[in-house]
Design a binder for this molecule. Sequence first.
Ligand SMILES: NC(=O)c1ccc[n+]([C@@H]2O[C@H](COP(=O)([O-])OP(=O)(O)OC[C@H]3O[C@@H](n4cnc5c(N)ncnc54)[C@H](O)[C@@H]3O)[C@@H](O)[C@H]2O)c1
Length: 285
Amino acid sequence: MAKKICICGAGTMGNGIAQVSAQSGFSTVLYDLSEEYLAKAKSKIEKDFQNLVDKKKITETEKENDLARLHFTNNINDCKADIVIEAIIEKIEAKENLFGLLSEINSRETIFATNTSSLSVTEIARTIIQPERVIGMHFFNPAPIMKLVEVVNTDYTKEDTTRTIFELARQFGKTPVLCKDKPGFIVNHVARPYYLEALRLIEKGIANFETIDTLMETSGFKMGPFKLMDLIGNDINYAVSCSVYEAMNKPERLKPSAIQEARVSKNELGKKTRKGYYDYNHIGI
Ligand SMILES: NC(=O)c1ccc[n+]([C@@H]2O[C@H](COP(=O)([O-])OP(=O)(O)OC[C@H]3O[C@@H](n4cnc5c(N)ncnc54)[C@H](O)[C@@H]3O)[C@@H](O)[C@H]2O)c1
């Protein structure tokens, strides 16, 4: 049974997954190249635990114990664990390179899970010896709140690996569903037009983004597409759009929008840079 979990990447998803892991009783390592991201992740997790104490959902002692289970590091040699969950940038070369390094320092029993939203888990698996211990474990944003986890098997994944990851997802209080390694898995496949059709409307000058968000929220969607893209991160959402488009042989209906590309080149990535479609310094959230 897994005791120690390592999460690679301390950004939007990695810090949330680390929080869930520590809270579920696992000794947890959170690794990132960037000390700045690690410091931000630490203060976000501390703040979230404090909120739980204030709301009387956990006690002060539980908060201290949860924090004590977390170790923040920028040293890859600390990334030795029973299960490694990778949540770094959505670039195949970066993920393959990291998996290569991690497989060298970990035991042959370690399971490697990737939180990729859209890249081929099979391709990532091929970069390591024993690809049967590689699997997709796709959390949703915000990780501490969203219950769904897509567990993505490749043709290599062995049953034991899938079983262990299902068990871990349940220990994290999540609801795992099994998916095949196909572009966008289930959710990002179904949801792609939600963003892209909304972007087409503003490209054609039919409506502005605030109107579209208000309309979708009034019709019952929890978040309009532009608020959701800002929450996800426009860089991540654009990378996912590109990779699903390429993997599906470039169907016109899934063509990424120039508006997404422009947001990324201006570093208007959404909430994480305080500016995306909305200005969060101005809104103050
Ligand atoms: N944002 C979402 O809503 C969402 C949801 C589900 C899955 N994902 C997936 O999770 C992964 C991470 O997304 P995110 O939104 O957290 O990104 P992010 O940009 O918020 O964070 C990425 C982090 O990875 C770090 N990093 C980059 N290269 C690294 C390396 N080689 N080694 C260690 N750390 C490295 C960066 O410093 C940064 O802290 C992506 O694969 C993405 O597709 C994102």
